[in-house]
Design a protein around this ligand. Sequence first.
Ligand code: ADP
Length: 192
Amino acid sequence: MNIILLGPPGAGKGTQAARLVEERNMVQLSTGDMLRAARTSGTEMGQRVAEVMDRGELVTDEIVIGLIREKLEEGSEGGFIFDGFPRTLAQADALGDLLKETGQKLDVVIEMRVNDDVLVERIVGRARDAVAAGGTARADDNEESLKIRLMEYYKKTSPLIGYYHAKGNLRPVNGLGEIDEVAAEIGVVLDA
Ligand code: ADP
C-alpha cells in the first residue's frame, strides 16, 4: 500500500509515519528529513536548501521531486508512506507520474485535521523539549518561521485536499487525539 500523510506542520505526520513503519513494515519517505540530511552533507544543494528551510519557505519542486524519484526506484515491499510530500500541485502531479512509471499506485491520502492553535502549541513545545533535553531546536521551529510555514501550507499545500478528494483518495482523520487514538483511526482507514 502506498499512502500520503497530508496535513499542516505540527499535525503529527512524522509521529504517525514512525508507527506505520514499526507496525506495517512500510518505508517512510519524509522529504523534510531528506532535506535536513542534505543540509548537513556540506553539498552545494544542501547549503541552498538550508536557508530556504530556515525561513519556513518551500524548497523548489525540482529538488524534492528528484529526492523522491531516487527512492521510488528502489521500491518497497510494505509500501511507501509519503510524509511531507507532495506539498504543491506540481509535486502531486509528479508523484502520480513517477508511480505510474515505476508500476506502482497511490492507495490512500490521509488528511490529518488539526486546528492552528494546537499546531503552534505543539511546535513551540517541540522546540522547548529539544532544548530541555540538552539539544537544539530545529532552526525553523520558531514563531516567525512557523507563521511562514503555515502560510505556505494554506497557499500551496491545502489545495491538495481538493485535488485528492476529486481523485477519490482522500480520507480525513481527526489529528487532535492522543497518539494512540490517531494511530487507531489511521489503522481503520488502511484496513477498510
Ligand atoms: P513540518 O511538516 O514540521 O513543516 P518538514 O520536516 O516536513 O516539517 O519540512 C521542513 C521544511 O522542509 C519545510 O518547511 C520546507 O522548507 C522543506 N520541505 C520539506 N518537504 C518539502 C516539499 N515536499 N516541498 C518543498 N519543501 C519541502
